[in-house]
Design a protein around this ligand. Sequence first.
Ligand SMILES: Nc1ncnc2c1ncn2[C@@H]1O[C@H](COP(=O)(O)OP(=O)(O)OP(=O)(O)O)[C@@H](O)[C@H]1O
Ligand SMILES: [Mg+2]
Length: 500
Amino acid sequence: MTVLEMRAIGKSFPGVRALDGVNLTVGEGEVVALLGENGAGKSTLMNILAGVFKDYEGEIEIAGEPARVHSPKEAARHGIAMIHQELNLVPELSIADNIFLGRERAILDRKSMEARTAELLRGLGLDLSPRRLIKQCKIAERQLIEVAKALSQNVRVLVMDEPTSALADAEVQRLYGVIRDLTARGVAVIYISHRLEELEEIADRVVVLRDGRHIGERSTVDRDELIQMMVGRPLGEMFPRANGGSEGDELLRVEGLSVPGDPAVGRTALRGISLTVRAGEIVGVAGLMGAGRSELLESIFGVHRPSEGSISLAGAPYRPKSPKQAIDRGVALVAEDRKAQSLVLGNSVVFNASLSSLGRYLRLWRVDRRRESAAVERQVRDLRVKTPGLRFTVGNLSGGNQQKVVLAKWLLTEPSLILMDEPTRGIDVGAKAEIHALMSELAASGKAVLVASSELPELLAMCDRILVLCEGRITAEFPRGGAGQEAILEAAMARQQVTT
Ligand SMILES: Nc1ncnc2c1ncn2[C@@H]1O[C@H](COP(=O)(O)OP(=O)(O)OP(=O)(O)O)[C@@H](O)[C@H]1O
Ligand SMILES: [Mg+2]
């Protein structure tokens, strides 16, 4: 039975035709995947369904009845729940408060609210107190809390906009379990992801959008065909990395580094970390959620203060007390959470992209706007950021294009050491290949790259060496070609097996 039918949906923004005559139907218990490049219109289509936009063209029918969906409340009344790509939780409130936000005045008292929250969290494998504040939760945890929030409502259609972009394999599997339970109960699921291998596992049907139009749909996943439909041209080689660069001089040396953790904000302690990265080398950091991958990169970027150990850069002692000092020494961090750490969403592309490199465009103590624009323009072109212009508000770009602006911002500082935390999170396959090519180019031009990723195929294909973190320690190091996914996962879980 058809649960949802969207017909001839259109949507325009100033200067952008985001959707044009798009049709979408989803049946009871069906998982339909939406696939398309960054900026194709996936989130916009789903935001319309979730009542985010008042105005749209076309019709929506739910269970055969015409439905008006002009506000999130109306969407909820029709049983539509959406997990947003850019998470929508209130940092200052607790998990329970967030899950029941806007519904507190229902019959639920605090105690049953918290009990219900605890139950939902357990179902997702999260061992967190319902009273914990969102700002104390890690990004992967927040993503699962968004899922819990959607599940707390009576859902008929569940939209998941890149629900796994911050999750590691084990968490992804748990989420699949949840999706299977839901579909068995007849819930219709619309699933957006740039990870094609996920679609094979979870989707009954894949619908491809390109430039705001419905291009076609398939009920079997043929990777090459889908990519062709998505990008409308044959794709360059995935994971382009010829020979590794382990011949350069040592650029980064970390010795016996320990950094205190902070349970209050869910920060993992680092213990006795030693590693090196040479110029021209790409070194990967693998590990499960909470292993300390982000903490390691942040510590090298001067965000946390080590309690022990030392770091040197190009042979000279390096003790950054702030990111500013790290930047001054030629270190850049492409952070994981673009919304919180990297972008000022209300400002323009050029403002954001030049934020960390303004000193380079100074002339007589003033920023030379022309040089600034020229530099940003070049990066925007190289990275193929899909934007109507440099003055466009960053918050109105699609998720993947926002990520590209973050990359542009750090490349403009011309760093010699680039730390990347999930650099291709939310990036479409085409753009991913471009970012991988960029990483190879950076290494080839003598830069050192240290990259954390929860996508093992990405690390295996791109890195000269892979370090595995588990509970704040390095548990293994593999040379290029020296390990498969299993060996890495085993090392990633090494200490957990010992302690439980
Ligand atoms: N509020 C807005 N104002 C102006 N333009 C917008 C707004 N929201 C989206 N757009 C534009 O609509 C187009 C489609 O964006 P959308 O976010 O739907 O893409 P997407 O397919 O979800 O991409 P991604 O994979 O990067 O998340 C883009 O060109 C984007 O810049
Ligand atoms: Mg999107």
